[in-house]
Design a protein around this ligand. Sequence first.
Ligand code: NAD
Length: 371
Amino acid sequence: MASNRSLLILPGDGIGAEAMAQVRRIIAWLEKNRSLSFELDEDLVGGASIDAHGVPVTDAVMDKAFKADAVLLGAVGGPKWDNIDFSIKPERGLLRLRKDLELFANLRPAVCFDALADASSLKRDVVAGLDILIVRELTGGVYFGEPRGITTLPNGQRRGVNTQVYDTDEIRRVVRVAFDIARARPNGKVTSSEKANVMESGILWREEAQWVHDNEYADIPISHMYADNCAMQLVRNPKQFDVIVTDNLFGDVLSDIAAMLTGSLGMLPSASLGAADANGKRRAMYEPVHGSAPDIAGQNLANPIATILSFAMALRYSYDLGADADLVEQAVQDVLAAGFRTGDIMQPGMTRTSTTGMGDAILAALDKRAA
Ligand code: NAD
């Protein structure tokens, strides 16, 4: 049967390929055991693409990314490409994908797996059971606003300028993503975060978020919180939140705070979503938060879980396969509960395993759950 679930796999550099190999095993398991089919394609991005084609992402790959239901990216970069021209650095490939696909909503879940609760820098009871998601606006705000630049004033002083700017539609579309996600979660609710006390763009953000709620999602609770308070509350009592939606700058900071509540980089997935088409399908790219980890690349040491959980997000948000996403996430939970750890999350008394060993354990956990 022809599949309508196309996935473009871009392993990239460093540990990207090793982690992605474990995802491919999980896809094969789902095809065999859950009667699903995926149309897979794989290509180059980052340093691997520079070596082959002289650019970090080719037009041909961009074309494939436009056509695919989802893109799954490993990681890009490494010392080999550190000193090449800025315009063709590996990261530029990533940025082009995000920009050209117009991925304006960045989703960063912060989930604390029970087995890892003691590894958090916060107390176990503050983080155990944590399951929140930050939606960060990704293509607007102060990182892109004009005017910007550094000028020299007549008195010899230098002035740096960036402009925080948001229009109605930019706010509404990302707030809608937050509400759509909240609607699909048990007891979903949205906290919108800005600085309406000191910024006009914050006042607009608050008014527009409230407008989206009142006119389109009145059944889902919304609250508003100043971003500085949100940062404090994330560390004091993160479980009060469910879905947080915020702008590009505050989202950059708040999503990193939330990520660190739950431990290692090797555990953190992300998704970036674009506008919905006539069928409600959004352009989407999924990628772990971590980089290419050149210090451990090629040694079968990388933790593949962040990449696997990124694929689980694709199951949930691009293919509408929530039950299968749950299954993969539960298998990861089972493996951690059974004590398997890659080096980055190793704790005393646990069983140290490799990248492929972690893949083996997750497949065994899937078999057990499916039995
Ligand atoms: P990094 O995330 O690659 O690594 C930071 C540290 O965390 C390293 O010690 C690494 O071994 C460890 N680590 C990261 N992921 C891990 C995993 N899955 N399992 C086990 N350990 C893991 O960040 P960095 O060292 O600052 O950057 C390395 C390269 O990656 C650079 O070229 C950088 O530009 C690039 N980078 C790419 C992305 C991306 O592709 N999205 C993001 C960040 C950095």
